[in-house]
Structure formats: C-alpha cells, structure tokens
Design a protein around this ligand. Structure first.
Ligand code: 5GP
Length: 204
C-alpha cells in the first residue's frame, strides 16, 4: 500500500511560552518525529551550538539564502532574521517522516500559505503574567527587549484564530501529551488515508 507523506507540523506561539522546552521534551520521548533546525542572524546564547540549535549566519549569508530560495519562510523578529531551510523539510515529509518546525507566528502563517495541509499548533501561555515571568526567568535579555517581546506576544496571541489546535503550556508533560495526541489524530484523518486505502474498495 502507498505510504503517505509525513506531517509538516508547525509549533508556534509567543517567544517565552516554552516552545523550545516542549520540543525538547517531545524529543526525549524518542518519537519518530524529526526537527527542523532554523537559520538566524542573532548571536548564539551561552551553550548554543551551530547546526544543533540554529545555523548561525551573518546578515549577508542570510540574505543570500533568501535570494536563492533556500528558505521555506523567514521573518524578521526583534531585529534579527529567522528562517527555515526548505530542503530538509521537503525531503523529510517526502520520505514519510513527520517534521516539527518551531517558529514564531509570522513565519507560521507564511508556511500555511505554502503548505495548507500542514498541522498548525499554537502553544498558549497560561497567562500573560506567567509569560513575562518566563521571559524574565531566562535571564539573557535586557529590560527593553523583554518589553518589546511582551508587546509582540500580545499581538501574536490574537493570531491563535489562524491555527488548527491550541495547546496550553501549563505543564510541559501535559503539553507534550496533547501534541502527541494531535499527531496521532492527524495520522488517522480520512483525507490523508483515502489514497492509501483506495484499492480496498475498488471492484475487481
Ligand atoms: P529565540 O531568539 O528566542 O531563539 O527565538 C525567537 C523567536 O524566533 C521564537 O519565537 C522562535 O520560535 C522563532 N524562530 C526560531 N526559528 C525560526 C524560524 O526558522 N522561522 C521563524 N519565522 N521563526 C523562528
């Protein structure tokens, strides 16, 4: 029987909501899901590794990736570029493996235009106060950047209406369970399976 394509899963939501933590926890579960590594022009934070957390690029390098159509989407966010290299994503879904993109909202909406069949999940903070605490807790940003991120976050939360699913990140383990349930349900969707099982109803 024909193997169906992998799912393109977009996990998005305001910065600080815990997308990275939730993705990391999902990874530890050793599901067969793959993870897209983004390119960015921002400076690496302590402990971040090139090619693992991000591909760290200069603005010139990033702009040449845009010109050469090497990105599925890109966005300018708090003064830096972020983007998803397209080849790995395409290759993974063609192989029949699911892939998660952990990206901010503008980028997610651009992916939706190109891949309407993707699965769009919005990770929701339990409250704005909690979100601010999490952004501050990271301890790597200045007060000005935190304020800018909170302003952006409120606009982003309004974008939840453009997503297929909303997952509250009240507890990482619960958020992971909800995402796994969504992935399972998506694999059972009729429209994804109709081709695969077509021959079962064909009259001999
Ligand atoms: P950070 O600087 O905290 O690592 O990331 C800032 C924001 O950029 C986060 O919301 C993160 O999800 C988002 N981001 C990371 N990679 C990409 C990407 O490839 N494309 C887009 N559009 N956003 C990204």
């Amino acid at each position: 029987m024909r193997k169906e394509k992998g799912l393109l899963i977009v996990l998005s939501g305001p910065a600080g909501v815990g997308k990275g933590t939730v993705c990391g926890a999902l990874r530890n579960e050793n599901t067969e899901i793959q993870y897209s590594v983004s390119a960015t022009t921002r400076e690496p934070r302590a402990g971040e590794v090139d090619g693992v957390n991000y591909f760290f690029k200069s603005r010139e390098e990033f702009e040449s990736m845009i010109e050469n159509n090497q990105l599925l989407e890109h966005a300018e966010y708090v003064g830096n570029y972020y983007g998803t290299p397209i080849d790995y994503v395409k290759q993974t879904i063609e192989e029949g493996t699911d892939i998660i993109l952990e990206i901010e909202v503008q980028g997610a909406l651009k992916v939706r235009e190109r891949f309407p069949e993707g699965v769009f999940i919005f990770l929701m903070p339990p409250s704005l106060a909690e979100l601010r605490k999490r952004i501050q807790g990271r301890g790597t940003e200045t007060a000005e950047i935190i304020d800018r991120r909170m302003t952006v976050a409120k606009e982003e939360i309004d974008m939840m209406k453009k997503y297929d699913y909303v997952v509250e990140n009240d507890e990482v383990a619960l958020a992971v369970e909800r995402i796994k349930a969504i992935v399972t349900a998506e694999h059972c969707k009729r429209e994804r399976l109709i081709e695969k099982y077509k021959q079962l109803v064909e009259v001999e």
